[in-house]
Design a protein. Structure first.
Length: 64
């Protein structure tokens, strides 16, 4: 009998992915595709500030 897989919403791209297709940092999920892009992105790349902004959600308290 196969176990049902949970899906998670990536905080970077917003896509729903199986939880085994990414990493969880604290309570947030980053999919494998976005993780690969983040690691390969140079600090001078125009996408870099976007990734930083999205990843700040990990530390922002939702009910602050």
């Amino acid at each position: 009998m196969e176990e049902a897989k949970h899906t998670c919403k990536c905080i970077i791209c917003g896509e729903m992915k199986s939880e085994d297709e990414g990493i969880r940092i604290v309570t947030e999920f980053i999919c494998d595709d976005c993780e690969i892009d983040i690691v390969a992105t140079d600090v001078l790349d125009e996408k870099y500030p976007f990734y930083i902004h999205q990843m700040k959600q990990i530390w922002i308290q939702r009910n602050a």
